[in-house]
Structures are given as structure tokens and as C-alpha cells.
Ligand binder design. Sequence first.
Ligand code: MEV
Length: 291
Amino acid sequence: MTVATWSAPGKVFLFGEHAVVYGRPGIAMAVRPRVFVTVRKSRTAHHAKSPYIDNCFDEMGVRGSVYVNSQLPSSSGLGSSAAVTVATLAAINDEFGKKLQREDIANMAFAIEKKVQKGRASPTDTTVATFGGLVFITGLARRRLPPQNFQLVIGNSMVQHNTARMVEMVAELKTKSPEICEPVLEAIGAVSLSAMRALSDPVRLGELMNMNHALLDVLGVGHPQLSRLVLASRAAGAYGAKLTGAGGGGCMIAICPKHAKSRVVSAIEACDARAFSTTIDQEGVRKEKDA
Ligand code: MEV
């Protein structure tokens, strides 16, 4: 009996979450850990009830069973739903001999994310999960950037959040107070563009992350625990820190001098949170050896 196992990386938004949903530029990066998905042909579906996985099978027009093995915490802002969707599509493609290219998988995964998130999503997470590396997003255009060896610490607040809900909250705020919200989204876009000019300058990137965090707070997607972790990281020697992903809980990132990384990890953990250090994962979705 055949099985197909594929994996896809997680992602962090370095700059521009939420603003990208409104066509502003953003920068995201693939990170470890990865999500592993095994698909097997079968007449009856055997998998955890997930709207993402259900949609993958519907879109591909097949039925099968799925086993997901993820070290990436779900609902934490690290793109686990996109990684699961992309790896599931790639595994179905392989197992059922469909002839989709990577680009098709990225597009189909984006359409699924958009459907599950009720029409509001950027192609960021699905692009990063498919192609890996460092990616610049603006509107529907996406471009891979030369890899950078950023020294990052990721802090997980362990506060549950819901991406679709956070995206909806920003949409509501935008309707209620467009005169405040629009300039803030514009400013976040300007932060991403400034970061594009400073990719080899971690000190400047840290400053820009701090600004980005404050702007996200204005949009109402902050959380006291995220701000606590951000402040603790800065005090422990990070160049800068911000929430990453949808906010309202989930994760934050800190860009650090290499020698300060373990201090930053300890500072975050001292705030009742989990932390790990990471760097770029250059590889997108890939086939794993069959067991
Ligand atoms: C979620 O990781 C990032 C958001 O910008 C939504 C999206 O880009 O689809 C909030």
C-alpha cells in the first residue's frame, strides 16, 4: 500500500501582518519547525475534523485518510493552518498522481485559506509554506528575497486566538474609524518598505519591529501578555520585538544579537510563556522519505 508524506515549514511575519490583507506590503519568513502530513488512498475519510483538510480533498476531488504530525503549535500565528493545507495538497497530488505544480498548490491553498477565513486572507502564509525562504508580499504579488541569517527568538504567549476573528476585528475597526485605521495600515506598509531597505541591518530592523508592534496595538490586535513578552525581550537585549501573525494571543518574535538569544529565551520563559530560537528555513513544501 502506498502513502505519501510531505512537509511544509511554519512562518513568521517579520513585518506587515493585517496590512497585507488590504494590499499593503509585508515581509514573512519560513521557519522551523515543519508540519508533516501523510495521505493514504481510502474510500472513507479518516482525519481530524479540519475545514482546511476537508477542503483540500474536496478541491482535489478525491477521498483518503490523513495523518498530521506537527511540532508547530496550532492557532499560534506561526502559519500552521497554511502549512497543513499546503502539505496536504502536495501529499494528495503525489498519492493520487495529479499533476499539479508548486504554483498551483500555492494558489489552491490560498483559495482554501480564503474560504475558511471568510474571504479575508493574504497569500502570505500559503506562499511561505509552499516556497520557503524570505518573501515580500504586496497585494497578490509575491517575491522571494535573498535569504538572511536573522537571529530570531519566537515566544508563544500560550493565549489562544482565532485568526479569522482577529482579521474580522480589524475590518470592523476600519469600517468604524477609517480616518484612524487607514493611516495606520499605510504606516505599517511604510515600515515594511523601510525594512526592505535595511535587510542587512538588524539594529534598524529591531527599531522597525518596535514601531510595527505599536501600530498593531493601535489596530486592537495586541494582548497584554504579548506586550509583556515584547518588553521582556527588549530588556534582555533584543534589538527589537513585535507580535507576529494575527495577534490577540499567539506568538511574538524578537530579533537579537546572537549572544543575547539565550537570555531573551529565558526572559520570555520567565513570563509564563514558551520560547525557542530559530532561523530561516529555505525549503518550502517537500516530499519526505516514506516510512
Ligand atoms: C495571519 O498570520 C496574518 C494576517 O495578516 C492574515 C493574513 O495575512 O492572511 C492577520
